[in-house]
Design a binder for this molecule. Structure first.
Ligand SMILES: O=C(O)CCC(=O)C(=O)O
Ligand SMILES: [Fe+2]
Length: 322
């Protein structure tokens, strides 16, 4: 879906734009939901084989099954579903899911049309990307070290703050969308309008992860209430966070990133690909299986050669963080 002049002006002025109806909920999103049922089934069998759960919970619908499995195993198995790898400690059998329905989502024409409106027609799929299945906080296992839920709210940050310095000049666009309707109650995002004009702000190490300290925030956050099919486009310096999921349902979203071909992604060890090229259409990656292979090869490589370099630039001793 191409953006209107009004939407583009909103993006420039506020650092984000919420676009209604980028996806067809049934034709575009439901196949992804269907594919993840199989992933959850794999997880259930793996945990059952390992003796970590006593039932496969096959009779439950997807979200209830996920919650039951997380609860009985005492662990949030987020990596099992993600189409990315952890920063460190990658093993030959580290799970990930880079299935065909996910690939079709990343290369959805309507989504790429929206991205093209902002970054132009030479579009690289940046590998800084995640699926987030956030269970209700009151049903989520707690991290024994921090005492906090294992996958809770996302603290305030800029996506620029979570990539490496080599991507400082990269025009990285974040595309966040839910696979269901999202509200403040079930943990939608919020953004600080206009914050992208402040440049890269200091980020600190906090219990919830890398975050911009409260004293650096200016103005009020706006909640991004969205329906299945909508997409939120954000500038890399737009401050954002998520609310806690206080509902009874799993909050499910994708966050993807795109940049003009040739610019650094900020995670050089991970594989990106050409999603659209008006100039060189023959370079476009079209085969879902090839994308899966790229991640598989990356995992195998990372399992052999431990990469100690961090995903970000922030040290623990910044006085702003004291
Ligand atoms: O979905 C979330 O909770 C956080 C997402 C986020 O920070 C992002 O997409 O950049
Ligand atoms: Fe983010």
């Amino acid at each position: 879906m191409r953006l209107t002049d009004e939407q583009l002006a909103h993006f420039d002025e506020n650092g984000y734009v919420l676009v209604k109806g980028v996806f067809d909920p049934e034709a575009d999103i439901d196949p992804v939901i269907e594919e993840y049922k199989g992933v959850l089934d794999n997880l259930a069998h793996d945990l059952s084989d390992a003796g970590d759960i006593t039932s496969l919970y096959e009779e439950l619908p997807f979200a209830e099954r996920l919650i039951a499995i997380y609860q009985e195993s005492g662990k949030v198995h987020a990596q099992y579903f993600d189409f990315s790898l952890p920063q460190g400690g990658v093993k030959p059998d580290t799970p990930f899911w880079a299935g065909p329905a996910v690939f079709r989502m990343l290369t959805n024409e309507s989504l790429l049309d929206a991205a093209e409106s902002i970054i132009g027609g030479e579009i690289y799929s940046n590998p800084v990307q995640h699926v987030r299945l956030k269970p209700p906080e009151h049903l989520t296992p707690v991290n024994q070290e921090t005492g906090r839920v294992q996958l809770g709210k996302t603290p305030v940050h800029q996506d620029h703050g979570v990539v490496r310095v080599e991507a400082d000049e990269t025009q990285m666009l974040t595309v966040w969308f839910p696979l269901m309707d999202v509200t403040v109650e079930n943990g939608c995002l919020c953004v600080w309008p206009g914050s992208h004009k402040r440049g890269l702000l200091d980020h600190c190490h906090t219990k919830l992860g890398i975050a911009v300290p409260g004293k650096l925030l200016q103005g009020k956050a706006v909640p991004m209430i969205m329906e299945k099919g909508d997409a939120l486009l954000m500038h890399k310096q737009t401050l954002h966070a998520s609310y806690a999921n206080t509902s009874d349902k799993v909050r499910w979203s994708f966050d993807l990133r795109y940049n003009p071909i040739g610019q650094a992604t900020g995670r050089p060890s991970f594989p990106g690909f050409v999603a659209r090229s008006r100039q060189y259409p023959e370079t476009i990656l079209r085969e879902p299986a090839e994308w899966e292979t790229l991640w598989r090869e990356t995992r195998d490589h990372m399992a052999r050669v431990e990469d100690m370099s961090s995903f970000h630039r922030w040290t623990e001793d910044n006085p702003v963080c004291a």
